[in-house]
Design a protein around this ligand. Structure first.
Ligand code: SF4
Ligand code: FES
Length: 473
């Protein structure tokens, strides 16, 4: 099912793939492209060009049309439009000719202006999960099925979130397909106008269920894999036969025209098979692969010694990814999440606290990040107690680390503070016992050297057995 790169030419008939579209981001009064887990802002020219990309007109016809409108030389316009479109073809946002699997028609939603809202919502629909991965990022205290919000409540939440400017919705868990009302939840998300991503392990999804989700307008599936060696995959997830089910889910998703990302957490027990993991993603037709060095949040912390790879293997993995990016250019895009222990600077965790993302737990608790409940002294509100806009604007937990006033040195005067916002508050607390400290990933943190050295020492010792993630009886 390997796709091939499209070289844009005069007779190419550009059209959006089923899983990408133009969107009026009315709370921010702008036009964007929505694509798998990405939002691309458009200028006025880009918007005009893409409106003409209907899969019927050729590039030459589009350029001629624009040349008449703007009285500019057609050759110049054709060259500029080809450059613009090639970038979108290489991300597989555009394709040559109309998508044979058109997305169902959706109502255009117009929300009033709202400044400073989030763009992403992680909806943890349930903490139930058939897998027991040792690097699970769900909280240590899982919420049980009897406290999960019903689909009607999620529908209300989605409308309030869209009015805040949320564009990307991640239906997550646990395993979201454990919910029997997932189709109704996905439909409510689509009706709110959200780009709807399903984050799944893919082992509970039969073809018919995926058909129903596609029919209500699901946009994209992010499928996690543990390994491409079946025995190793079974051992990591403590679930038998998962890999074959995941392959079927991936292939069905692509046959339906859904966007597909393969999410591959990488660690010392599968890092040697990284090239085969990348090839697996290409074979099943994914447009994106996320290669995420395991982050030691929540449960993963218990398994650090079993998961942390030696530095030289981590560095070899970064080179493997660079080579693969060149090999799969125009076929698959790559997201590489660096190792916190071996990097020099931290990531902008959740895009900066209270800046672009919110998380809602199965019972409706609204959080600035998925691990925020591990931090001391924060209070969290529940959806329905107050409007979501108020919780976002002035909820105490969101205000705690928003902006820069909470920062201490060295972050307070660092020129990178507007890029990474001081890194991860949760990791800072776990390592230094101070949630306002600099993330120990950062080379300027006083804790950095010990943080990196401890990981290297663990990676050289024999790996202990996994401590599996199980919901308490
Ligand atoms: Fe980022 Fe703070 Fe490190 Fe500067 S000192 S790079 S702001 S974490
Ligand atoms: Fe909480 Fe990074 S996980 S801020």
């Amino acid at each position: 099912m390997n796709a091939a790169r499209v070289d844009v030419a005069a007779d190419t008939r550009p059209a959006f793939s089923r899983y990408a579209r133009l969107h009026g981001d009315t709370p921010r009064a702008r036009a964007v492209i929505l694509a798998p887990e990405r939002v691309y802002e458009l200028d006025a020219i880009g918007q005009v060009v893409l409106t003409l990309c209907d899969g019927g007109r050729t590039l030459r016809e589009i350029a001629a049309d624009l040349s008449r409108t703007y009285t500019a030389p057609v050759e110049v316009i054709e060259r500029d439009v080809a450059n613009l479109l090639q970038g979108l073809f290489d991300k597989r946002i555009l394709r040559d000719g109309p998508d044979p699997n058109p997305a169902p028609a959706r109502r255009v939603r117009v929300y009033p202006r709202f400044d400073g809202g989030p763009t992403g919502l992680l909806a943890e629909l349930t903490h139930r999960c058939p897998l027991q991965c040792p690097y699970c990022s769900n909280p240590l205290e899982l919420e049980r099925a009897n406290v999960e919000m019903p689909s009607a409540k999620w529908a209300e939440l989605f409308h309030e979130a869209a009015a805040l400017g949320v564009l990307q919705l991640h239906l997550s868990g646990g395993e979201p397909t454990a919910r029997t009302d997932l189709e109704a939840i996905a439909q409510a998300a689509v009706e709110a106008g959200l780009y709807t991503n399903l984050i799944t392990a893919g082992v509970l999804l039969d073809g018919e269920r995926l058909d129903r989700l596609a029919a209500v307008g699901l946009d994209h599936v992010q499928l996690s894999i543990q390994d491409v060696d079946p025995e190793s995959a079974d051992r990591i997830s403590a679930y038998r036969g998962g890999l074959a089910k995941k392959r079927r889910t991936a292939e069905r998703a692509r046959a339906l025209g859904l966007g597909l990302t393969i999410n591959a957490p990488i660690h010392r027990q599968n890092i040697d098979r990284l090239p085969a993991i990348i090839d697996f993603a290409a074979e099943v037709g994914a447009q994106r692969i996320e290669i995420a060095n395991v982050q030691f949040y929540a449960w993963a912390e218990k398994n650090r010694a079993a998961l942390i790879p030696p530095r030289e293997k981590y560095e070899a993995a970064t080179r493997i990814v660079e080579d693969a990016k060149a090999r799969y250019g125009g076929v698959m895009t790559f997201d590489f999440v660096a190792s916190d222990h071996y990097a020099s600077y931290p990531k902008a965790c959740v895009g900066g606290w209270g800046r672009s993302m919110l998380v809602v737990t199965p019972s409706g608790r609204v959080l600035p990040c998925h691990a925020a409940q591990t931090l001391p002294g924060l209070t969290f509100e529940t959806f329905g107690d107050r409007p979501l806009a108020e919780i976002w604007r002035n909820g105490a937990a969101f205000e705690a680390f928003r902006g820069e006033a909470w920062m201490k040195e060295p972050c307070r005067s660092c020129e990178r503070r507007g890029l990474d916002f001081g890194g991860c508050r949760c990791q800072a607390f776990w390592v230094t016992a101070d949630p306002a400290a600099t993330d120990p990933t950062c080379r300027f943190s006083a804790a950095h050297a010990a943080f990196a050295a401890a990981a290297e020492a663990q990676s050289q010792a024999p790996a202990p057995d996994f401590v599996y993630r199980r919901m308490r009886a």
